[in-house]
Design a binder for this molecule. Structure first.
Ligand SMILES: CC(C)(COP(=O)(O)OP(=O)(O)OC[C@H]1O[C@@H](n2cnc3c(N)ncnc32)[C@H](O)[C@@H]1OP(=O)(O)O)[C@@H](O)C(=O)NCCC(=O)NCCS
Length: 191
């Protein structure tokens, strides 16, 4: 276990914790792998100053906004303590707290081991049973098979298609647009 870690959630193999202001390098490194960024930017890394001045402050402000209950969380392997990426369960900035977006971005070295499914399942359970969440949604590119497969394994339902945002037109497969999945608390309870 990593000492002093501000644990948010534990699963069989993973620990999720809140990010701190010292974590910029973790995010910068994660977003510097073209394979990780393939369906997000077309492979381009996120500029370090965007992480330091934009993403990380927004993540930390989210813990204030949602009382540390919802947001974006760093994930580690319990066995060995390696950082594997992040998960999020968070509302829109000024949206209703009962509706939260599920997301995940994992390091390539941790793909294919069921981690995205395991972490997401635990987040759904926590959100629906302990945090007052009533609807979870997720959006991804139509061609992002891995992300879609995770949402399908979680029992989420394809509810519609989405136009590609203008800033994602350079991404491979963008001509196919995006997809939106949803899961209500009632659907989840009947899984
Ligand atoms: C998408 C991502 C989170 C999947 O993580 P993961 O931990 O490898 O996923 P899991 O191991 O839980 O896999 C769940 C299922 O999806 C399948 N899968 C995973 N990646 C896949 C891929 N690239 N193509 C097809 N199927 C895939 C797995 O085989 C598994 O199915 P199975 O149980 O029938 O074998 C990971 O690849 C990632 O972080 N990618 C980069 C960031 C990204 O695209 N995030 C989503 C943006 S919307």
């Amino acid at each position: 276990m990593i000492r002093g870690m501000d644990t948010y959630l534990e699963t069989e193999r993973l620990t999720l914790r809140r990010f701190t202001a010292d974590d910029a390098d973790l995010l910068i490194e994660l977003d510097s792998d073209p394979a990780v960024m393939r369906y997000l930017t077309g492979g381009e890394a996120t500029a370090p100053e965007i992480v330091r001045e934009g993403h990380l402050p927004y993540i930390i402000a989210g813990y204030e906004r949602w009382d540390g209950e919802l947001g974006l969380f760093a994930a580690y392997e319990r066995d060995g303590g390696a950082f594997i990426g992040w998960f999020c369960l968070r509302p829109e900035t000024d949206g209703p707290r009962e509706e939260a977006e599920l997301g995940y971005r994992l390091r390539q070295s941790s793909w294919g081991r069921g981690y995205a499914t395991e972490g997401s399942k635990a987040l759904l359970h926590k959100g629906f049973t302990g945090l007052g969440v009533r609807l979870v949604w997720g959006e991804t590119m139509t061609v992002n098979d891995g992300s879609r497969k995770v949402m399908e394994k979680l029992g989420m339902t394809l509810v519609g298609t989405l136009p590609t945002p203008p800033d994602m037109e350079q991404v491979e497969g963008s001509e196919h647009g995006g997809v939106r999945y949803e899961l209500t608390k009632e659907q989840w309870a009947q899984r």
